[in-house]
Design a protein. Structure first.
Length: 81
């Protein structure tokens, strides 16, 4: 005997869809954890994937200083790996 007009298949599809659905939620916590580059002058945080040009613009425009003065621990090429 059959499953009755594909009811079993439809139920299985519905279960699998719920099981594999992405978890709805906020990404704020993970974004806050990724803010690992900190300016020594103003303590502004930047994402760990920030690159040298962005940090240099911050140093020059905000503080009229250089990248090593504001971000002494930043090593070019280490971000975005």
């Amino acid at each position: 005997m059959g499953g009755g007009n594909g009811a079993k298949a439809a139920q299985k599809r519905a279960r699998n869809q719920q099981k594999n659905a992405p978890k709805a939620g906020s990404q704020l916590k993970s974004n806050a954890a990724a803010m690992s580059i900190i300016c020594n002058v103003c303590k502004q945080t930047f994402l760990s994937t920030s690159r040298e040009p962005v940090l240099t613009l911050h140093a020059v425009n905000k503080h009229n200083s250089t990248l090593p003065q504001c971000f002494p621990n930043f090593k070019p090429g280490e971000a975005a790996k």
